[in-house]
Design a protein. Structure first.
Length: 223
């Protein structure tokens, strides 16, 4: 195999650097998986002669809020975060030094301004940063685990296939049964330890990103 020319070596290095810039795609975030009710045990259920079945019993007058693995919970996404930060720095320093010599020979031969000096420094900096994020909508998830204290671990995702790409939203977190409404809905601001992931692929997502060559030069020359 012949040695690579400098141009070929540079191109190979660029391709290797860009191999880590490829999109990960959707995938499934850790801890997020569709949860189904536990399967029934093998074999026919025992015949007791009663019409009552505790596994499928639903009370008409009781509380029908989600409380079992596999039950559905609707998350009302009302996320909005705002962050602003500003900093101002202003510093200055001015110093002067002068030496007075006697008015007598040989000191009077030295010019008056020769033994005088001074320094002056000034610095002023201003910085401002602002960020505003908003996410709204609805997402129905399933109960993955029932924890002590009336806490439910919920997880789920939704995928939308559009004309120009796909959108995906994933959520996992902890919900108190007491926070559920009559329709088994709860605001996302009431979800503890929430992990919300929103991503998209397709033409619109591609057009909103820098090209691979621009990303390469941004990595090697960020300034």
């Amino acid at each position: 195999m012949s040695d690579l020319s400098p141009g070929q070596a540079l191109m190979l290095a660029m391709l290797l650097a860009l191999s880590g810039c490829a999109d990960e795609g959707f995938g499934r975030a850790p801890g997020i998986a569709a949860t189904l009710p536990p399967p029934p045990p093998d074999g026919a259920p025992p015949v007791t002669g009663s019409l009552y079945n505790p596994a499928s019993f639903i009370s008409l007058a009781g509380d029908r809020r989600a409380r079992r693995v596999g039950d559905l919970v609707t998350i009302l996404l009302t996320e909005r975060t705002q962050a602003r930060k500003s900093a101002t720095s202003d510093a200055s320093r001015d110093s002067k030094t002068a030496i007075t010599l006697p008015d007598a020979p040989p000191f009077n031969a030295v010019p008056a301004g020769l033994l005088a000096g001074g320094t002056k420094q000034a610095f002023k900096g201003v910085g401002t940063a602002a960020q505003d994020n908003q996410l709204s909508g609805e997402l129905t998830v399933t109960v993955a685990r029932v924890l002590p204290g009336g806490v439910l671990m919920v997880a789920g995702e939704k995928r939308l296939t559009l004309n120009r790409g796909e959108e995906q939203i994933q959520l996992t977190g902890l919900v108190r049964i007491d926070d559920l409404g009559p329709d088994n809905s709860v605001r996302s601001t009431r979800v503890a330890d929430a992990r919300i992931r929103y991503s998209g692929t397709g033409q619109i997502a591609d057009q909103s990103r820098q090209g691979w060559l621009a990303r390469f030069f941004t990595k090697i020359a960020p300034l």
